[in-house]
Design a protein around this ligand. Structure first.
Ligand code: NAP
Length: 484
C-alpha cells in the first residue's frame, strides 16, 4: 500500500468552502484550489445584502469553532458583520489567496481514479477529491406571477438587492412573508412612503430581542477565551434542546412552548383584531421555518404599512393588481420569494463512475447518504448537501461535523488502502427510507407548505435530532460504503 498525497478541489468559497480549506491545511494537505464563481468570498452573506439582514442563529454559535470572535457586536449579528468575519478569517488563516475568483466550475468528470475539472474560463484541473461546498439557499426563486416582466418600476429579488435604488419616500411592495421579507419590512418601514406586503400565507413570528454586547462583555471575551468557548457550548446546547431537537417531534413540550410564545406574540402585539386575524396562521408554529423578529408586528402596524392578503391577479407596469380588481401602485417591487433548494451542485455537469450523470442520479430529486456522499460519485463529498440538517441549526456546526467525517473517508484513500470511496446504493436507499419514515413525526408535516418539503411533500431535511446527527458524523460505518 502506497501513501498518496492527494489534491483537492473545493467548489465554493462560502462558509463551508473556507472552513474546508483551513482544515485541509491544518491536516497538512496543502495541494488544493478553491474555485469561486463570484469575485468575492462569503456565499450567502456576500449575496444577501438586503436592508435588515441578520442571522437568527446566535453570533457565538454562528462562528467557526476554531475562530471564535470576541468582537461580535450583537447577540445576533447583522449580515455585513458576518461577511466581514468570513473575510477576516480567510485572511488570518491565509486561505484567501488560494481562492480562484471569478471562475465557475462547469464540469467535473471522474476518470481513471481522478476528477477532471473544467471551468468557465476554460481552465482544466485534476483532483483526487472534490469537496462540493456550493450552499443550499443559493439560487433565487422567482415567482410565477403573470406580468412580472411588465413592471416599469424597480424590481429585484431579496438576494439580489439593488443598492442603487433609494427607497426613501417610495411606494414599495414586498412579495413574501419569510425570514427575508420580515427583516426587510422591519428595516425599511420608517423610510419608505408606503409599504405593501403581499402575503400568500401568514407566518408565525417568534419574538427575539437582539441586544448589543457591551464593551465590558467584549473585553471579557478577549481576556478569557475559555469563557467565550463555554458560552458557545452553552448556546449550542440550549439551541439544540429547546429548538433543533424539538422540531423533529411535533408533540414535544418544547414545540408546544414555541407555539405558545408565537401565539402570545401575535395576540399581545397586534392591536386591531381584523389585522390580527389576517396575520394568524392556520397551521402549527415551526411547520414552516420559524421566523424570528423583534419588531415585525410593530412595523406592519405603522400607518404607512399595508398587509395585502387578497391574492394577486398579476403584475402590471405600475403595480400589482389583486383579484378584487384593485391596483396597488408601486415604485419598487421586492421579490422575497425564497430559493430553489434542490439545486446543490447543479447546474454544474457532474459525471461519476461509468459515465453516470448527476442529472440522471438525481432525476427524481437530490439525495446523498448522510448528506455527504453519492453512490457512483467516488471521492466527491458534499458539505451541507441534500437531506442534511438545515434551517434550524448553525450550518457552521453542521459543516464542521461533516468535514471531520469526510476526512475519515479521505484517509482511506490517503493511506493507500483504497482508491475510490462512495456510499453504496443500498446504504443510500436505506438511509432514504428511514429518513422519509422519520420525517412523518416532524412538525414540518403538520399541514403547511414550505421549502423543507420536496416535490412529493416529504421533508427533505434531516428529520432526527442534532444529537443523532452528531453521532452519525462521529465515524463512518464502512459497511455503508463501496470501497474499491
Ligand atoms: P422563504 O422562507 O422561502 O419565503 C418565501 C416567501 O415568498 C413565502 O412567504 C412564500 O409564500 C412567498 N412566495 C413565494 N412565491 C410566491 C408567489 N408566487 N406568490 C406569492 N408569494 C410567494 O424565503 P426567505 O424568506 O428568503 O427565507 C429562506 C430561508 O433562508 C429561511 O427559511 C431561513 O432558513 C433562511 N433565512 C434566514 C434568515 C435569518 O437568519 N434571519 C434570514 C433570511 C433567510 P408561501 O409561504 O405561501 O409559500
Amino acid at each position: 500500500m502506497k501513501e498518496r498525497v492527494p489534491r483537492f478541489a473545493i467548489i465554493g468559497a462560502g462558509m463551508s468552502g473556507i472552513m474546508a480549506a483551513i482544515k485541509l491545511r491544518d491536516a497538512g494537505l496543502t495541494d488544493f484550489t478553491i474555485y469561486e464563481k463570484a469575485e468575492r468570498l462569503g456565499g450567502t452573506w456576500r449575496e444577501n445584502t438586503y436592508p435588515g439582514i441578520a442571522c437568527d442563529v446566535p453570533s457565538h454559535l454562528y462562528s467557526y469553532s476554531f475562530a471564535p470572535n470576541p468582537d461580535w457586536s450583537h447577540h445576533f449579528a447583522g449580515g455585513a458583520e458576518i461577511q466581514a468575519y468570513f473575510e477576516d478569517v480567510a485572511r488570518e488563516f491565509e486561505v484567501d489567496h488560494l481562492i480562484r475568483f471569478g471562475d465557475e466550475v462547469m464540469r467535473c468528470e471522474f476518470t481513471a481514479e481522478r476528477w477532471q475539472l473544467e471551468t468557465r474560463s476554460g481552465r482544466r484541473d485534476e483532483a483526487d477529491f472534490v469537496i462540493g461546498a456550493t450552499g443550499v439557499l443559493h439560487h433565487p426563486r422567482f415567482p410565477d406571477i403573470a406580468g412580472l416582466d411588465d413592471f416599469e418600476g424597480d424590481l429585484f429579488h431579496s438576494a439580489r438587492w439593488n443598492h442603487d435604488v433609494s427607497l426613501d419616500g417610495k411606494r414599495v411592495g414586498v412579495i413574501g412573508t419569510g425570514s427575508s421579507a420580515v427583516q426587510i419590512v422591519s428595516d425599511v418601514i420608517d423610510r419608505v412612503g408606503s409599504l405593501s406586503l403581499f402575503q400568500r400565507t401568514a407566518q408565525w413570528i417568534m419574538h427575539q430581542d437582539n441586544p448589543a454586547y457591551t464593551a465590558e462583555e467584549r473585553a471579557q471575551f478577549h481576556q478569557d477565551p475559555e469563557h467565550m468557548s463555554q458560552l458557545r457550548a452553552q448556546i449550542s446546547q440550549l439551541f439544540a434542546d429547546n429548538f433543533a431537537n424539538a422540531i423533529v417531534d411535533a408533540d414535544s413540550p418544547q414545540m408546544k412552548l414555541i407555539e405558545e410564545l408565537c401565539r402570545n406574540n401575535l395576540e399581545t402585539k397586534v392591536v386591531d383584531p381584523a389585522l390580527r386575524a389576517r396575520l394568524r396562521p392556520d397551521y402549527r408554529a415551526a411547520c414552516k421555518r420559524l421566523v424570528v423578529s423583534p419588531d415585525f408586528y410593530e412595523a406592519i402596524q405603522k400607518p404607512n404599512a399595508k398587509l395585502v392578503t387578497e391574492s394577486m391577479e398579476g403584475i402590471e407596469p405600475h403595480g400589482i393588481r389583486t383579484k378584487d380588481g384593485q391596483l396597488h401602485e408601486l415604485d419598487v417591487l421586492v421579490l422575497a420569494t425564497g430559493f430553489r433548494v434542490d439545486r446543490f451542485l447543479r447546474p454544474m455537469e457532474v459525471i461519476g463512475r461509468g459515465g453516470l450523470r448527476l442529472e440522471t442520479a438525481w432525476a427524481e430529486r437530490p439525495a446523498a447518504y448522510l448528506a455527504v456522499s453519492i453512490p457512483e460519485f467516488p471521492n466527491l463529498f458534499l458539505l451541507n448537501g441534500p437531506n442534511g440538517p438545515v434551517g434550524n441549526f448553525s450550518l457552521i456546526e453542521v459543516a464542521e461535523l461533516q468535514f471531520a467525517y469526510i476526512m475519515q473517508l479521505v484517509d482511506l484513500v490517503r493511506s493507500g488502502r483504497h482508491t475510490e470511496v462512495s456510499a453504496s446504493t443500498e446504504a443510500l436507499k436505506r438511509f432514504d427510507a428511514s429518513r422519509v419514515e422519520a420525517a412523518k413525526t416532524t412538525v414540518w408535516t403538520t399541514g403547511c407548505n414550505s421549502w423543507y418539503l420536496d416535490d412529493r411533500g416529504v421533508p427533505a431535511a434531516w428529520p432526527w435530532t442534532f444529537t443523532k446527527f452528531r453521532e452519525a458524523m462521529a465515524e463512518p460505518d464502512l459497511e455503508a460504503y463501496d470501497l474499491r
